[in-house]
Design a binder for this molecule. Structure first.
Ligand SMILES: CC(C)(COP(=O)(O)OP(=O)(O)OC[C@H]1O[C@@H](n2cnc3c(N)ncnc32)[C@H](O)[C@@H]1O)[C@@H](O)C(=O)NCCC(=O)NCCS
Ligand SMILES: Nc1ncnc2c1ncn2[C@@H]1O[C@H](COP(=O)(O)OP(=O)(O)OP(=O)(O)O)[C@@H](O)[C@H]1O
Length: 206
């Protein structure tokens, strides 16, 4: 098994890169998706969030009000830390279960937005960072999530700097061109690095 950590700042293009890796044959473990699963209605994760942040964090139908919680935690590092301490251990436990079930010859890609921030780089055979300038990410966040520039910057400043992230990278994918160019860059990495490394058990120096 080759264990690949995929990370990048918010809206850098991790999910698009991950989607392509799945098309090529990777097993994907998506931390954002798991972070949603562990706070589904009825979960103990959601109960802990309500205990910590109050019932006003629930929508009328009892689901997590993500916009309300996002407004709280991206404005306040202490609250964000509290939320992370509820969600992250549960995400890691679920991720470990999924990795344990993957075939032994699989390329397992873990898409983890906060891989660098949470000191997980050493857990992977190789770390891929998807990178794009702040202005490009702010534009994408406006288009995709309807976030204002101020909201986008609040989320970006809750994350590692570009330099910190790049320092942890074995490979960097610059995602400043088209989606077709991003996919082509992922294809190259898959064929030239990941598949050979999965076969030989070693990752070449970049
Ligand atoms: C605050 C929440 C409810 C906001 O939900 P929302 O639907 O608006 O955003 P979503 O979950 O889709 O996250 C979008 C992106 O925001 C960034 N982000 C999310 N949580 C965090 C965090 N705690 N710190 C820094 N960046 C974060 C990531 O880049 C992520 O990809 C949600 O992000 C959350 O529960 N966060 C805590 C869990 C977490 O750390 N998730 C990220 C990786 S496990
Ligand atoms: N090269 C590109 N050209 C055009 N649009 C792009 C490109 N790369 C990504 N996007 C778009 O930008 C948005 C953000 O990309 P994506 O969801 O892959 O980022 P992400 O890093 O997974 O974000 P998050 O941290 O929020 O999960 C998406 O709507 C995606 O389709």
């Amino acid at each position: 098994m080759l264990r690949v950590g995929l990370t990048g700042g918010i809206a850098s293009g991790k999910s698009e890169a991950a989607r392509r890796l799945v098309e090529l044959g990777a097993v994907l473990v998506d931390a954002d998706l798991l972070a949603r699963e562990v706070v589904e209605p009825g979960s103990d994760g959601l109960a802990e969030i309500v205990e910590a942040f109050g019932p006003e964090m629930l929508t009328d139908d009892g689901a997590l009000d993500r916009a309300a919680l996002g407004a709280l935690v991206f404005a306040d590092p202490a609250r964000r830390e509290r939320l992370n301490s509820i969600v992250h251990p549960r995400v890691r436990a679920r991720a470990a279960e999924i990795v344990a079930q993957a075939p032994t010859d699989a390329v397992v890609v873990q898409d983890i937005p906060l891989l660098v921030e949470t000191g997980q780089a050493a857990n992977f055979d190789t770390v891929i960072v998807v990178d794009a300038p702040d202005e490009v990410r702010i534009r994408r966040l406006g288009e995709r999530n309807g976030l204002t520039e101020e909201q986008s910057r609040a989320r970006m400043s809750a994350q590692a700097s570009r330099a910190e992230r790049l320092a942890a990278a074995d490979y960097v994918i610059e995602n400043t061109g088209s989606l077709a160019e991003l996919r082509a860059a992922v294809d190259r990495l898959w064929h030239e690095v990941l598949v050979p490394a999965a076969g030989s058990g070693t990752v070449p120096a970049n």
